[in-house]
Design a protein around this ligand. Structure first.
Ligand SMILES: *Cc1c(COP(=O)(O)O)cnc(C)c1O
Length: 385
C-alpha cells in the first residue's frame, strides 16, 4: 500500500475553502444565531448571481426545497408528478409528503429523464382528457444537467411546471451560455455535495411569486399580523444564519472545485478508459458537467462485476458506491407506474443497466494525486487479476 495513504478514502467528503471558521465566528459575534439573518440574505444573493436565477430561498435541505417547490406548484392530494426512476429518494419523497404520487420514467442515453417519453405521455394524457401531471421533476445526474432546452419547451407547450433537481449539479447549469433553464430548480448542500453547509438547500426560480409563496410556507405560514395568525399549514424549513455563513465561504471557490472534479474524472478516464469492458458515465451531452462524482461502468465484456470491484476496493480502505437503485424497483414504490422506451422484456431499461453496471469512485475535491493513483492501481489489479 502507498505510504501516503494512511486513512480511508471516502467517496465525496466535505472540502473546506478555508474561510469557513472565520465566517462562522462573524455570524456568532453578530448575534444572529437564528434562522434568518444577514448571512442568509447574502448567501441567497450570491447564489442568484452565480446561477443566474433571479430569486432564491435558502432552506434546511434539498428535500425541503423540493417539498416547497411542489407545494408552490399546487401539488396536492391525488395529483400525479412525473419523475425519473434514476434518482435519490430525497428527489422523490416530497411528492408523497403532498399525498400525490409519482409516475417514474426511464433515462435516455444521457442517464437523465427521457424527455421524448415524457412528451409522448403528456400527449397521451391530453388526448385522453385525463388530468395532466401537476409538475415534472427532472434530475441532473452526478453533476450532468438534463436537456433544459427540451424541458423549457415542455413547460411552454403543456403548461406544466418543471422542477430541476440540481442537488448534485451546482455550476453545471450555467455553462450553457445563453441557453434557457426551466422555471424552477433546487440544490442541496448536504455534506457530500460539491459545496456543503453540513445540511442545507436552496430553491431558485425565475418566478418571484413562487419564491415568495415558498418563503411564506417555509416560516410556518405566519401571516403579517402582530399576533400569530395562520391561514394555511406551513413548515419550519428556513436555513440558519450560521449555516449560511458556511455556505458563503463554500461558494467562494466553486469554480476551483469544478476544475478539481474535472481533473479527477479525466485522470480516471485516461488511466482506465481503454481497458476492455470499462466505460465511463456519459458526460457533456447537454452542456458541461460539474463532475460531482466519477462513475465507472463495467459492461458485459468486463471480467469482474461492479460488486466484486466494490468489495475488493473496500478491503483496501477505498469507499465506492453503486449507482442509484431505480425508484421503480424500490419496495416502497411497488406498484407505481414506470415507463421505458423499450418494450417490456425486449431491452432492460437504461436506469436498470446503470444500476447493475455502474460504480461511483472517490471524487472528493481533497483527493490527492497519490490517493487517486492508489485507487487507479487497485482497480487495475482487480480487473487483471
Ligand atoms: C442529495 C440529493 C437530494 C436531497 O438533498 P438533501 O439536502 O440531502 O435533502 C435530492 N436529489 C438528489 C439527486 C440528491 O443527490
Amino acid at each position: 500500500m502507498d505510504k501516503n495513504v494512511k486513512y480511508r478514502i471516502h467517496l465525496s467528503p466535505p472540502h473546506l475553502s478555508g474561510t469557513e471558521t472565520e465566517m462562522v465566528a462573524r455570524a456568532m459575534e453578530s448575534g444572529y444565531i437564528a434562522p434568518l439573518g444577514p448571512f442568509v440574505d447574502e448567501f441567497e444573493e450570491k447564489f442568484c448571481k452565480y446561477t443566474g436565477y433571479p430569486y432564491a430561498l435558502a432552506v434546511s435541505s434539498g428535500t425541503a426545497a423540493l417539498h416547497l417547490a411542489l407545494l408552490a406548484s399546487g401539488v396536492s392530494r391525488g395529483d400525479i408528478v412525473f419523475s425519473p426512476s434514476m434518482t435519490f429518494i430525497g428527489g422523490v419523497s416530497p411528492v408523497y409528503f403532498c399525498s400525490a404520487k409519482a409516475w417514474f420514467f426511464d433515462s435516455d442515453e444521457s442517464w437523465t429523464i427521457d424527455v421524448n417519453l415524457v412528451k409522448e405521455k403528456l400527449f397521451a394524457v391530453e388526448k385522453s382528457g385525463a388530468d395532466k401531471p401537476k409538475a415534472i421533476i427532472a434530475t441532473d445526474i452526478y453533476g450532468m444537467a438534463c436537456d433544459y432546452e427540451a424541458l423549457c419547451q415542455i413547460e411552454k407547450d403543456f403548461g406544466v411546471n418543471v422542477i430541476v433537481d440540481a442537488a448534485e449539479s451546482l455550476g453545471a447549469s450555467d455553462r450553457y451560455g445563453k441557453r434557457n433553464s426551466p422555471k424552477t430548480a433546487f440544490y442541496s448542500f448536504n455534506g457530500n455535495k460539491i459545496i456543503t453547509t453540513s445540511s442545507g438547500g436552496m430553491l431558485a426560480s425565475h418566478d418571484k411569486n413562487l419564491i415568495d409563496y415558498a418563503k411564506h410556507l417555509s416560516r410556518q405560514a405566519r401571516e403579517p399580523y402582530p399576533y400569530y395568525q395562520h391561514n394555511t399549514i406551513g413548515h419550519n424549513y428556513r436555513m440558519s444564519n450560521i449555516l449560511a455563513a458556511i455556505g458563503i465561504a463554500q461558494l467562494s471557490d466553486i469554480e476551483a472545485r469544478i476544475e478539481r472534479k474535472k481533473t479527477i474524472f479525466q485522470r480516471y478516464k485516461n488511466a482506465l478508459g481503454t481497458i476492455p469492458g470499462v466505460e465511463f458515465m456519459p458526460c457533456g451531452v447537454y452542456g458541461e458537467s460539474n463532475y460531482w462524482l466519477s462513475v465507472i461502468i463495467l459492461n458485459s465484456e468486463s471480467r469482474i462485476s461492479p460488486e466484486f470491484l466494490r468489495v475488493t476496493l473496500e478491503e483496501k480502505g477505498i469507499e465506492t458506491r453503486p449507482v442509484w437503485k431505480p425508484m421503480h424497483l424500490q419496495p416502497v414504490f411497488s406498484g407505481a407506474k414506470f415507463f421505458s422506451k423499450f418494450e417490456l422484456g425486449a431491452n432492460p431499461p437504461i436506469c436498470e443497466i446503470a444500476f447493475e453496471r455502474g460504480l461511483c469512485l472517490p471524487s472528493g475535491c481533497g483527493l490527492s494525486e497519490a490517493e487517486q493513483e492508489f485507487v487507479i492501481s487497485s482497480i487495475q489489479k482487480a480487473l487483471y487479476k
